[in-house]
Design a protein around this ligand. Structure first.
Ligand code: UDP
Ligand code: MG
Length: 312
């Protein structure tokens, strides 16, 4: 009998968890040809998420949980779940039911019958999301796909079912600056994309705000492309050419009409312009340096405080 592990990162999900558990056990019953394991990762929740997980793991032996010592973020939670999972197939799902459990049988079929290594999901609409957020999200995907060689699919969710082989490949990428959408694509393998219409959370609130998403998008860019580093060379070269042309222009102008001393505004503009570009480029280099610094510290990706074994 094949085993499927379902990984569920949870951060303050006390309202959503009961719904989720009910749904996922229903789907598990439908897929009676498989054995299930549920790995809930409590990412330092401040509500009673952990108590709910303790209860569930007592009642249902398929339920396991890992509880972090503090909030480490969804990326760390997913990594912890993948490390803990023991299934032949592994799925990652949100606790808020935005990832419909009903897709699981179809995903399973894609891998076992149709020869795919992974079945991933993307939502076709962003309905229910603030328009300004959708706009920036679209811009981000366009930009990042121009700059990187890995494909980062617009609307892709973290909800996916993978083979053990693919999970091991993902785990072998033990970088601390984790951007899963890029990592899943970078490891390769044959992926089937299933589409569905966006759903709203059953309960609770989204953990993302605009600023967090913005920082996350920079993580994504820094993690998967060094193209911004080339900006300094490109802009520098363009400015050099412009300076040559302008210099020539001044020489000719002086030879023909003499040289009355003017041009202070031009000078002021140029100083600010060049200064701005220099700071921008230094900032970009700083980003990469900071990431390199954080990687070399080699800190753990997460710290576990309690698991279901401590609760027996
Ligand atoms: N999550 C987490 N740690 C965090 C933030 C979120 O484990 O620091 C979990 C959260 O509990 C949920 C999933 O990640 O199961 C997706 O979060 P959310 O629904 O807030 O994101 P959205 O669906 O709005 O992108
Ligand atoms: Mg959600």
């Amino acid at each position: 009998m094949k085993r499927i592990t379902i990984i569920v990162p949870c951060y303050n999900e006390q309202e959503a968890l009961p719904f989720f558990y009910k749904e996922i056990t229903r789907v598990a019953e439908e897929m009676s040809e498989c054995e299930f394991e549920f790995v809930f990762v409590n990412d330092g929740s401040k509500d009673s998420t952990l108590d709910i997980l303790r209860d569930l793991s007592k009642k249902d032996e398929r339920v396991r949980y890992i509880s972090f010592s503090r909030n480490f973020g969804k990326e760390s939670a997913m990594y912890a779940g993948l490390e803990t999972s023991s299934g032949d197939y592994v799925a990652i799902m949100d606790a808020d039911m935005q990832d419909p459990p009903d897709l699981l049988p179809e995903m399973y079929k894609a891998i076992t019958k149709e020869g795919y290594d992974c079945a991933a999901t993307r939502r076709t609409t962003r309905q229910g999301e603030p328009p300004i957020r959708s706009f920036f999200a679209r811009c981000f995907y366009k930009l990042v796909n121009k700059m990187t060689s890995v494909e980062i699919v617009d609307g892709a969710r973290d909800f996916r079912l993978m083979t053990r082989q693919m999970v091991d490949s993902v785990l072998s990428m033990s970088e601390r600056n984790r951007f899963s959408k890029g990592i899943f694509s970078w490891v390769g393998y044959k992926t089937k994309w299933l589409e569905y219409v966006n759903r709203e959370r059953v309960a609770g609130e989204t953990k993302w705000n605009f600023w967090k998403l913005f920082l996350y998008s920079i993580e994504g860019i820094v993690a998967f492309t060094t193209a911004p580093l080339a900006l300094a060379s490109v802009v520098g070269f363009i400015l050099f050419l412009a300076a040559c042309v302008y210099g020539l222009f001044i020489i000719i102008k002086t030879l023909i009409w003499g040289d009355p001393v003017t041009g202070f505004p031009t000078l002021a503009c140029l100083v600010v312009f060049i200064g701005g570009i220099q700071l921008l480029v230094m900032g970009i280099m700083g980003q990469y340096l900071a990431k390199a610094y954080l990687e070399t510290k080699n800190r753990p990706i997460y710290i576990v405080k309690e698991t279901e074994k401590d609760n027996k």
